[in-house]
Design a binder for this molecule. Structure first.
Ligand SMILES: Nc1ncnc2c1ncn2[C@@H]1O[C@H](COP(=O)(O)OP(=O)(O)O)[C@@H](O)[C@H]1O
Ligand SMILES: [Mg+2]
Length: 238
């Protein structure tokens, strides 16, 4: 079974979407449209395919996200108070659940994050999960080995649940293809970028890896239109 992203051009690059139950990494530098990709995945998921979604933001406030979404014709406010789509600013949740951790806004351990996710999907029946970003979670850990261990555990447990996940991760700069430890635990790696192609500024998307399915390996241009990301799945960039 494939989980359609609903993003124009994206599902044509794979066998119709993400294989169900997988963990998919979206990587790219700041401004490369990672958050927008995630918003579309969750929004379309419900509007077009009737799948409930959970969007966990660790970087941007709910207000910022709903405002940005509106400029692309996506109205997340209509889901307020429903289980259809939960758009959650984890920084606010953290205050409510009064975690005993004296740390900065939005920073949370993987254990706390997982507890919250499992409880929420049990309550709502969400089928799509987005975490923006896993890099923000990494800030909690001063010991990289501990982060690695916890991330393995986190992903293993997530995979026991019937949910298809996008993890967003920040690349340090454009063209950076070192993904850090997230790459080992994810089933797929999708890189968003922007670059100068023969004097022209182009946004690009490349699927580097996707387990359990065939996928297009080439770099494709995409546009940000009034409806959001639109990928040209025919044209390639070398
Ligand atoms: N209405 C719009 N039309 C076209 N581009 C936009 C619009 N609003 C925002 N953008 C661009 O969309 C990009 C996507 O940003 P975002 O998804 O937040 O990136 P990231 O999460 O990778 O940092 C930004 O670089 C911004 O310049
Ligand atoms: Mg972002």
């Amino acid at each position: 079974m494939s989980v359609k992203t609903g993003i124009p051009g994206m599902d044509e690059l794979t066998d119709g979407g993400f294989p169900e139950g997988t963990i998919n990494l979206i990587s790219g530098p700041a401004g490369s449209a990672k958050t927008l990709f995630g918003l579309q995945y969750i929004y379309k998921g419900f509007m077009e395919y009737g799948e409930k979604g959970l969007f966990l933001s660790l970087e941007e406030s709910r207000d910022n996200l709903t405002r940005a979404s509106k400029s692309f014709g996506m109205d997340f406010d209509q889901f307020k108070g429903t289980n259809d789509i939960q758009l959650i600013d984890f920084g606010e949740i953290r205050k409510e659940i009064e975690l005993q951790e004296d740390i900065d806004y939005g920073i949370v351990s993987l254990r706390n994050l997982l507890d919250f996710i499992l409880q929420t999907i049990k309550e709502t029946g969400a089928k799509r999960l987005l975490i923006d970003s896993i890099s923000a979670v990494g800030l909690y850990y001063s010991d990289i080995d501990e982060f690695r261990r916890e991330l393995f555990r986190f992903c293993r447990i997530l995979k026991d649940h019937d949910i298809t996940t996008i993890l967003i991760t920040e690349a340090s700069q454009s063209g950076d293809t070192r993904f850090g430890i997230e790459q080992f635990i994810s089933d797929s790696i999708i890189v968003l970028d922007y670059e100068n192609v023969e004097g022209e500024y182009r946004r690009t998307l490349t699927i580097y890896k996707m387990r359990f399915t065939r996928h297009d390996p080439y770099k494709h241009p995409f546009l940000i239109t009034k409806q959001g990301i639109e990928i040209d799945h025919v044209e390639t960039i070398y």
